[in-house]
Design a protein around this ligand. Sequence first.
Ligand SMILES: Cc1cc2nc3c(=O)[nH]c(=O)nc-3n(C[C@H](O)[C@H](O)[C@H](O)COP(=O)(O)O)c2cc1C
Length: 273
Amino acid sequence: MIRFRVDEERCIQCGECALDCPASVIAMEEFPRMANEAGCIQCQHCLAVCPTAAVSILGKDPDASTELKGNLPDPAQLTTLIKGRRAVRRYQDQDLPPALIDELLEIACHAPTGVNARSVLFTVVKERAVLHRLREELITCLAQKQAAGELPKGRTGKYLNWVVGVWQQEGKDALFRGAPHLLITSAPADDPCPVQDNIIALATFQFIAHARGVGTVWDGICMMALAACPEVTAKFGIPANHILGYAMAFGAPAVEYHRTVQRGPALVNVVQW
Ligand SMILES: Cc1cc2nc3c(=O)[nH]c(=O)nc-3n(C[C@H](O)[C@H](O)[C@H](O)COP(=O)(O)O)c2cc1C
């Protein structure tokens, strides 16, 4: 149900909603009208672009949205956030408040998705005790495969052998870097852009997490372990028709970075025609 509604007392008949609709499903007559419900991709651009908050869609009250004017971040501070974010590999041994994790996920689900599919699933470990049990099971699985000579060869095998070795010899958690929480994105394989949607959702989570003082680390090692131990991965409850995006470990950092790193110049290829 699209429920496209226009408050005629507020509408100034500017036509912006019809003009900005990416699917061209709004007809501009005296007032805007939904002309093709089936074609609507539910992006809410009509609600967002209306200068007088006259448009409601999907039952959303435009007055419940955040006004953009005066509420956007300062570009210099956003730049510092982007340049100052680090892969955090030292964490406090405590859980984040569950409400904070929920809030971060609610914000991350605003990330764009191809054709506005919005079907990225956030599989999350909210308690470090759960992550400890998962680590135990994954490392046991990896160690068994190692003993049976069944670990992948090449670089992946090297990393996974290292994960097992440092855990057994030093009690060092190379799998999750000592983080208390884990986030994995997945999306239906037949979505228009599941690979991209999964990664963009995690990137969005990463930045809001860092803005709220929560550290994150993209976890390629975890991805390798999950691929090597599908019998463990199956227990996550991720729907069978989903493809895994990526894993990100996160939690309250036990490290403080004092300045940005200095990268660049960006590798740029300017097109000449
Ligand atoms: C796709 C991807 C996978 C990564 N996998 C791991 C990982 O398994 N373990 C780890 O400690 N860091 C991992 N990292 C973190 C990178 O090593 C880190 O981003 C890079 O060294 C730059 O450091 P910075 O993020 O602090 O700028 C990964 C990063 C990306 C983007």
